[in-house]
Design a protein around this ligand. Sequence first.
Ligand SMILES: Cc1cc2nc3c(=O)[nH]c(=O)nc-3n(C[C@H](O)[C@H](O)[C@H](O)COP(=O)(O)O)c2cc1C
Length: 378
Amino acid sequence: MNTWNGEVLRISIFGESHGNGLGCVVDGLPAGIRTDADKIRHELNLRRPRGGNTTSRKEDDDYEIVSGVSKDGVTCGTPLCVLFRNRDARKGDYNTRIPRPSHADFSAYVKYHGFCDLNGGGHFSARLTAPLVFLGAIARCELEKMGILSAVSIKSIGNAVGKSFYDTDFRDDIFINTDCEFPLIDASCRDDMLRELETAKEEKDSVGGTVEFCMKNLPVGLGEPFFSSVESSLAQLMFSIPAVKGVEFGRGFELAKMRGSCANDEFDPVGVEEKIKGMNKNAQITYTNNAGGINGGLTNSMPLIMRVAFKPIPSIGQGLQSVDMQSFEPVIVKTEGRHDVCAALRGAFAVRSSACICMYDFLLKHSQYERNSHGYSE
Ligand SMILES: Cc1cc2nc3c(=O)[nH]c(=O)nc-3n(C[C@H](O)[C@H](O)[C@H](O)COP(=O)(O)O)c2cc1C
């Protein structure tokens, strides 16, 4: 089933890249959320194709809310359905008998006995992240109303590496300044990254990249033990984004090289007292944050830090060995024209949106707990 079962929200995605359209249905959104069309537009614009190093496909990502939101933009509490019509679909551009190496074409063709629409990746296209970004915009606004800020930054493209949130002091302006098309914590690596993109494009190639996500001002205790830990739920959503091949939390794989004496985040007694007594909800509870804000699958209120790795785009202009899936004749496949160079560029906003959806879902669950809470036991 193509449905994400969150703690409170249920999200189903439908549609194909070159069919009539695509969208999602979300069940469980509380009634009374005032959606902000400008903020939704802003998030969608960040994700949408814009030529240059992204695909030249022309989609404005205009959407139609079919249900679940009243005329004045307030959620009704009933299932919300949003629809994105495909405007620049070109089925004729694809030979769906010839799978692009490392795309979903071959696996989907066999799984669905040749019946699924594989044009431009069909249901497996990154265009299906548009409805996620729509929902992410609603979730991000709701989080902001609670003072919870989120940001994403391009961490690397090919061999060009940028700064990490770990290199910052998590000031609010970092969250504001990275809310742009090419989000970077520090612009000094921008030229190197652009060079990686341009060289790959000139050589009719694609390139991989990583993005880093950060969310701050989260309360303690979001997440559920074991199967719905914050890491497992975020990872599920991250790995649902096409081309994502790795997810790390906190210092991630670096932790495997470290000793506990360096890796373990020592507590700041003052911060812990302020936090537990509710004197300062933004108190810093540990001196370091190698865990990336999560212990035991639960948030600990330190900034949540996650990195996501995107593989190179499968469609490239260089010839690669493929096969006609009906005649089984060998075919050299080349994708000329419309494709991205690096999934991390637009994928960054799918990461931010999906992470906001996940953490908002945990907060909805948490608010149910809080209503039944009787304080700390002695
Ligand atoms: C934002 C974004 C844009 C993408 N653009 C393309 C593209 O133009 N051409 C392409 O072949 N793959 C593109 N992809 C990647 C494919 O959708 C993805 O590799 C494919 O669905 C196979 O899934 P997998 O890589 O997760 O195994 C893009 C991915 C993202 C996140």
